[in-house]
Design a protein around this ligand. Structure first.
Ligand SMILES: O=C(O)C(=O)C[C@H](O)[C@@H](O)CO
Length: 268
C-alpha cells in the first residue's frame, strides 16, 4: 500500500489552476468552517499566525477531511520542522523567505528520504504512514511531496532561475508584501515596479516548467495575476474576511454612509 497521492501536486503537473485561501485564525474549528467554502487549497499559516505544530496538525486534519487540499506554511525552512510536518501527514509545504539555490537545495533534501535526501526515518510513529499501516510509505512518500518555495526579496528574484531548475521544487510562490517591502515599497504590493518584478519572475518560473504561485487581497489584482499566468493563487484570508464582514455588517445596520473596509488589506 503506497503513500496517499497528492491531488494538488497532480493538478499543478496537469496545469489545472488552483484557487486558494489563507487560513490564519489558528483554529481547527475555523479551518473546518472555511474548508466547506469550495477552495481548491487552504494555506494553514505557521509563519504569521500563532500556530505551533500540534495546532497546525489539528487544522491540517480538519481541512484534509474536506475537498480542499491543506498546504502548510512553516515559519522557516528548517529541516527538523519539515520532518515533523511531513510525519503528521502534510504533503504540500510552503517555505517562506527562500533566497538562494543552496537554501533551496537543502529544503528539497529535507523533504526526501535517503538516498535522495536527509528526511529522518520515523514512519512507524508517523500519522503520515497511518502509524506504520502504510507498509510501503518509505519507498513511495517522496513522489507525493509537493514543495513550494517563496520568492519575496530581491535576492530571491536574482536566484529564481537556479531555484526553479532544481529537481524537487514543484512551484515558486511570489510573496508580494515582503517583496514590496524589500524593494522599498513597504505596504504597496501593487506598486508598478513590484508588478513588473512579478511578471518577470512568472516568465522565468514558467520557462523552467514549474508552477507560479501568488496571493492578493484585491480581486482586481487577482484577476490581473491570473491573466499574467498564476497557476495557484490565494485571493483572501479568513482573518481579513472576518474583519471586513463583521465591520461592514455593523456599519450597514447603523446606516453609515460608506462602510469602512480594513485599510490594512491594501498593504497586507
Ligand atoms: O509576502 C507576502 O505577500 C506573503 O508571503 C503573503 C503574506 O505573508 C500573507 O500572510 C498575507 O499577509
Amino acid at each position: 500500500m503506497p503513500a496517499p497521492s497528492n491531488p494538488f501536486k497532480a493538478a499543478l503537473r496537469e496545469q489545472r489552476f488552483q484557487l486558494g485561501l489563507w487560513v490564519a485564525l489558528a483554529s481547527p474549528y475555523a479551518a473546518e468552517v472555511v474548508s466547506g467554502s469550495g477552495y481548491d487549497w487552504l494555506l494553514i499559516d505557521g509563519e504569521h499566525a500563532p500556530n505551533d505544530l500540534p495546532l497546525l496538525s489539528a487544522q491540517f486534519r480538519a481541512v484534509a477531511a474536506s475537498a480542499s487540499h491543506p498546504i502548510v506554511r512553516l515559519p522557516v525552512g528548517d529541516t527538523a520542522l519539515i520532518k515533523q510536518a511531513l510525519d503528521v501527514g502534510v504533503q504540500t509545504l510552503l517555505i517562506p523567505m527562500v533566497e538562494s539555490v543552496e537554501q533551496a537545495r537543502e529544503l528539497v533534501r529535507a523533504t526526501r528520504y535517503p538516498p535522495h535526501g536527509i528526511r529522518g526515518v520515523g514512519a512507524a510513529l508517523a500519522r503520515a504512514s497511518e502509524f506504520g499501516r502504510i507498509t510501503d510509505y518509505l519507498h513511495t512518500a517522496n513522489d507525493q511531496i509537493c514543495l513550494l518555495l517563496q520568492i519575496e526579496s530581491r535576492a530571491g528574484l536574482a536566484a529564481v532561475d537556479e531555484i526553479a531548475a532544481l529537481e524537487g521544487v514543484d512551484g515558486l510562490f511570489i510573496g508580494p508584501s515582503d517583496l514590496a517591502a524589500d524593494m522599498g515599497y513597504l505596504g504597496s504590493p501593487g506598486h508598478p515596479e513590484v508588478r513588473a518584478a512579478i511578471i518577470d519572475a512568472f516568465a522565468r518560473i514558467e520557462k523552467a516548467g514549474k508552477a507560479r504561485g501568488i496571493m492578493t487581497l484585491d480581486l482586481a489584482q487577482a484577476r490581473d495575476y491570473r491573466d499574467l499566468g498564476a497557476d495557484f493563487m490565494a485571493i483572501g484570508t479568513d482573518v481579513t474576511s472576518l474583519v471586513r464582514a463583521t465591520q461592514v455588517l455593523r456599519q450597514e445596520f447603523s446606516g453609515e454612509e460608506s462602510p469602512e473596509v480594513n485599510k490594512l488589506e491594501s498593504g497586507y
